[in-house]
Design a protein around this ligand. Structure first.
Ligand SMILES: [Mg+2]
Length: 407
């Protein structure tokens, strides 16, 4: 994904998010001090959600109090998660309810939020608005509904494809009742007499963790091996040594996007569970077995967004700046100097904050908590500080920034 469209996306995201910005309005202090720019905080917080604020959907002790304190003090914050699978308005409503803190959709960035910008794309030619996009992952077809709310008009899921032609992966028979609940007829089913007239996929988005890895991986691989993205075809360029990438992905196949690189995530089980990154590794391993893979000079071309990537942090910072300017209702807002990124995952939260280079001159400081994926010991990426939980992280950030709490 090119960096510049990320900036353009906010107008679009705002148009699809709830516009109830009033509820983002910070607390008493923000209102009292909005005219006094020296009293506007020059720092903010960014919080990961799973393993920091919630664990298995249950609030982590101190999380609610921490967010309430920040709101009361007029200190901006944003939630930056590699999770997803629901629209931002739904996700933020759930978190507000669980933590008893009013939040609106502009306060959250999920892994797939930046996909919204691809509806229009950087130019008319690359717009995916009316193209057929394959949306993979998530529960039922919730991610299809999210994609439609972003503005994609022609969304299919592997479940639709399976129900139209169960022989595509016979072992998913055991999930037929599941798919039956949400599958829609596909716009252009396979015609066995002429497969070239079948469904043409123009982009593949892994929106969220796949539930049926085998079907999802198989459908993605079918499309990547096809001619022009037409399901049921096989490109005759595959394997040709006279072509770049040994002929693979040289025949108009669609681009593949992943929203979340996390290998692990913290769930109710006592050990971390495989995330979307695990699915991607499995897919890449299968792809390598089919094509020869990197050892034979064959690459699986793809775009990965989400933490720890620069683009996702840019996206988050831009949203923070917008929220901040709106909240304090002044053009003379002091520059945002410091952002404290609180996370439980060294590979995504800490690495992302450590390597992020802000175009606005802000410094991002990583704070690792012990309530999620991190199990102690030397983390793979060294944070500025390790603390027990989010409450300690907020205390540390406020103290380090020199902010004086008001009564
Ligand atoms: Mg986490």
């Amino acid at each position: 994904m090119r960096p510049q469209p990320l900036w353009r996306s906010f107008g679009l995201l705002q148009s699809v998010y709830s516009r109830s910005y009033q509820s983002f309005g910070l607390g008493r202090r923000a209102i009292q001090t909005a005219t006094s720019t020296s009293q506007i905080p020059d720092f903010a917080f960014a919080f990961d959600i799973d393993g920091v604020l919630l664990r298995s959907s249950k609030p982590i002790p101190g999380a609610a109090e921490s967010l309430a304190l920040l709101k009361d003090q007029g200190i901006p914050f944003i939630l930056l998660t590699n999770g997803g699978g629901k629209h931002e308005t739904e996700r933020v409503a759930e978190i507000s309810e669980k933590l008893k803190v009013p939040l609106d959709a502009s306060a959250i960035i999920q892994s797939h939020s930046p996909f919204a910008e691809l509806v229009k794309g950087p130019d008319e030619h690359s717009s995916l608005e009316n193209k057929c996009v394959l949306v993979v992952g998530g529960k039922g077809d919730r991610c299809r509904l999210v994609a439609e709310r972003y503005g994609f008009k022609n969304v299919v899921t592997p479940g639709d494809i399976f129900m139209a032609n169960p022989s595509i992966w016979p072992f998913s028979d055991v999930f037929k009742d599941y798919y039956k609940k949400f599958a829609r007829p596909i716009p252009n089913p396979l015609d066995p007499r002429d497969p070239t007239k079948g469904l043409k996929i123009d982009a593949i988005f892994v929106f969220n963790d796949p539930r049926d890895w085998a079907l999802d991986a198989h459908v993605i691989i079918d499309v990547l091996l096809s001619s022009q993205g037409v399901l049921g075809t096989l490109s005759d360029k595959n394997g040709r040594t006279d072509l770049p990438n040994k002929g693979f992905l040289q025949d108009g196949q669609p681009h593949l996007y992943f929203s979340n690189p996390d290998l692990w995530w913290a769930a109710a089980y006592h050990l971390p569970r495989l995330g979307q990154g695990g699915f991607r590794e499995a897919l890449e391993g299968t792809w390598a077995a089919i094509t020869g893979g990197p050892s034979k000079g064959v690459e699986l071309k793809k775009t990965i967004i989400g933490k720890p990537y620069q683009g996702t942090y840019e996206f988050a910072e831009h949203q923070l700046l917008r929220n901040r300017a709106r909240t304090f209702e002044t053009d003379a807002v002091r520059p945002l100097r410091n952002v404290y990124m609180v996370g439980d995952n060294p590979e995504s939260d800490i690495r992302g904050a450590n390597t992020y280079r802000s175009r606005h001159g802000s410094n991002w400081h990583s704070i690792l908590v012990r309530t999620g994926v991190y199990r102690g010991g030397e983390p793979a990426w060294t944070p500025k500080v390790i603390v027990d939980d989010v409450q300690k992280a907020v205390e540390w950030g406020i103290k380090t920034s020199g902010w004086k709490l008001t009564e």
